[in-house]
Design a binder for this molecule. Structure first.
Ligand code: AMP
Ligand code: ZN
Ligand code: FE
Ligand code: FE
Length: 274
């Protein structure tokens, strides 16, 4: 069984990289892609454990990008590619701009009268600290009644505490992945804002060369539709559960929600060009 989409606690999953490897082995996964949001830290730390356990590990990342002003997730897969140094540098720059935004966000919230520091937020989110961690703190300190209110009143793009963050554009992100020899796959297309079929020419022209047809959020019809698009546009197919551990306890490694996910094994051969 293969699963090319999973998260560790280096982004927003609950398992440490080592625990994720153990979970994967227990679940019967033979090849696992670790695709943390905007970081390789989880993959890097899982390498040793995976080698000892005989688990095939695929180097991946899930990038938060902007397409026509909306958030679109892009998966990057690197099957033993060389050009990764430059790409990793670019990812570090993304992390630096996130941290710089978080510092300004903490300042803004203090201006609004809340006792919140960057250290408190980073204690929760570490390398992937973001607005949800600030929301958590606001809830815990009783500044808002709930997560919803924290976003609606303060953290949402339209709310008074919002501070701008430079996010990479979809096309730019695809370019970086491809330059580094990676496969650029549209993550969970079902969540894309807009008609994916209509967007396909633009995405393909940007260099996107795969689509995540198999995903826990897809039913059979969705999967069939995305497989057809892959065929029509001559691009590759990827698939994964989007496992987050206890953060999304109903999604299981390799099998998704109650076994709704069936990722064909031969997908790997196509991706690796065997
Ligand atoms: P950041 O990357 O720090 O800008 O935070 C983005 C994350 O915040 C998203 O992945 C969502 O999980 C969450 N988020 C953004 N906007 C909202 C909103 N209006 N309501 C709830 N959660 C949101
Ligand atoms: Zn996630
Ligand atoms: Fe995603
Ligand atoms: Fe994901």
């Amino acid at each position: 069984m293969i699963d090319l989409h999973s998260h560790t606690n280096e982004s927003d999953g609950s398992c440490s990289p080592k625990q994720l490897v153990e979970e994967a082995v227990r679940a019967g996964v033979t090849t696992l892609g670790i695709t943390d949001h905007d970081t390789f830290a989880g993959y890097d730390q899982a390498l040793g454990a995976a080698a000892s356990a005989g688990l095939g590990l695929v180097c991946g990342i899930e990038l938060s990008t902007k397409l026509h002003g909306h958030s679109v997730h892009l998966l990057g897969y690197f099957f033993g590619s060389n050009g990764l140094t430059g790409f990793r540098q670019w990812v570090l720059e993304l992390q630096a701009s996130r941290r710089e935004r978080n510092i300004r966000l903490a300042e803004r919230l203090r201006e609004l009268g809340f006792d919140i520091t960057i250290e408190e937020a980073e204690a929760r989110g570490r390398g992937m600290t973001g607005r949800p961690h600030f929301a958590q703190i606001m809830v815990e300190k009783g500044y808002v009644r709930g997560f919803r209110e924290a976003f609606d009143e303060y953290l949402d793009e339209s709310a008074k505490g919002y501070v701008y963050r430079q996010e990479p554009q979809f096309a730019e992100s695809v370019e970086h992945v491809r330059e580094a020899g990676g496969i650029a796959s549209l993550a969970h297309p079902i969540r894309v804002n807009g008609d994916v079929a209509a967007l396909m020419p633009e995405l393909r022209d940007a260099g996107m060369n795969a689509i995540e047809a198999y995903h826990s959020d897809h039913d059979e019809e969705h999967t069939a539709m995305y497989l057809a698009l892959a065929k029509q546009y001559g691009i590759l197919v990827t698939g994964g559960s989007d496992f987050h551990g206890d953060v999304k306890p109903d999604v299981k490694l390799g099998t998704g929600y109650e076994g709704n996910l069936h990722i064909p094994e031969d997908l790997l051969d196509r991706l690796t060009g065997r």
